[in-house]
Design a protein around this ligand. Structure first.
Ligand SMILES: Nc1ncnc2c1ncn2[C@@H]1O[C@H](COP(=O)(O)OP(=O)(O)OP(=O)(O)O)[C@@H](O)[C@H]1O
Length: 253
């Protein structure tokens, strides 16, 4: 369903004193993986290993220097039309900055409907917005609230509802639950699991935290300086052999 083939990403080194021909820092190097529908992959790496950069490439926000992301066989970057109907959505860690503070909940969610390209009637939009709110455990009474009138957990649920409303088949969670308190994390994980099973969604969890990965994922890829150093089934975690992967595991266990 999704296949990432030989992608590399580099950024300009901004702090260099050279005026011309700034050199570039390679952040992702020749990275590949694929995932079937309904599968759940964890991408684990330390800070600065390139996790968020990879997440942005997967969901169509950052064109790689080379390589491409194929969704159901169609290249995401090579063909602009495919980008428009991209089936990948993303939920970021920072729910505050990923929502417009001036938009009420109903607009935050309904914004996604226009991206699906379908003509919508007002009543239809309202009913669909309520159905997505209900799916994430919130009621219609939240429709007119603004982000600052919600708790962190409630606002992250709104972000999840927005991701679902795009009809994405693949959802990337970039540290999406790490900043929530333990109780809310459990609630959101249960909710995500339920939605995944019901809609047979494909999840990619990008994180430095094992909790969500072991709860959801079938396998984990360890990211170190922009390349995967080991891939392992969650059920075989104790057999991890790469030194970096071992260190990372012991530091989070
Ligand atoms: N827009 C950018 N311009 C220049 N360098 C960048 C940019 N975005 C990220 N980087 C650099 O790329 C490297 C990887 O960053 P990235 O955000 O992908 O890491 P990460 O694994 O998600 O880290 P964290 O867990 O701390 O969020 C870092 O060295 C970072 O400074």
């Amino acid at each position: 369903m999704i296949s990432v083939k030989n992608i590399s990403v580099s950024y300009k080194k901004e702090n260099e004193k050279r005026l011309f021909k700034k050199s570039r820092e390679i952040v992702i190097e020749d990275l590949s993986f694929s995932l079937d529908k309904g599968e759940c992959l964890g991408i684990l790496g330390e800070s600065g290993s390139g996790k968020s950069t990879l997440g942005k490439v997967i969901c169509g926000l950052l064109k790689p220097d080379c390589g491409d992301v194929f969704i159901n066989g169609a290249p995401l970057y090579e063909n602009k039309k495919n980008k428009k109907k991209c089936l990948v959505s993303v939920v970021f860690q920072d729910y505050t900055s990923s929502t417009n503070p001036r938009m009420p909940v109903r607009e935050i969610i309904a914004e996604s409907f226009s991206k699906t390209g379908k003509e919508n009637k007002k009543d239809d939009i309202l009913n669909r917005t309520i159905s997505y709110l209900t799916a994430v455990g919130l009621s219609a009474e939240y429709l007119n609230r603004f982000p600052h009138e919600l708790s962190g957990g409630q606002l992250q649920r709104v972000c999840i509802a927005r991701a679902l409303a795009t009809h994405a088949e693949i959802i990337v969670f970039d540290e999406a639950i790490s900043s929530l308190d333990a109780h809310t994390q459990v609630q959101i994980m249960d909710l995500l699991k339920e939605i995944q099973i019901e809609k047979n969604l494909t999840y990619i969890f990008i994180t430095h935290d094992l909790t969500s990965v072991t709860y959801f994922c079938d396998r984990i890829n360890f990211l170190y300086k922009g390349t995967f150093v080991e891939e392992i089934k969650v059920s075989k975690l104790s057999d991890v052999s790469n030194n970096y992967a071992k260190k990372l595991l012991y530091s989070v266990l």
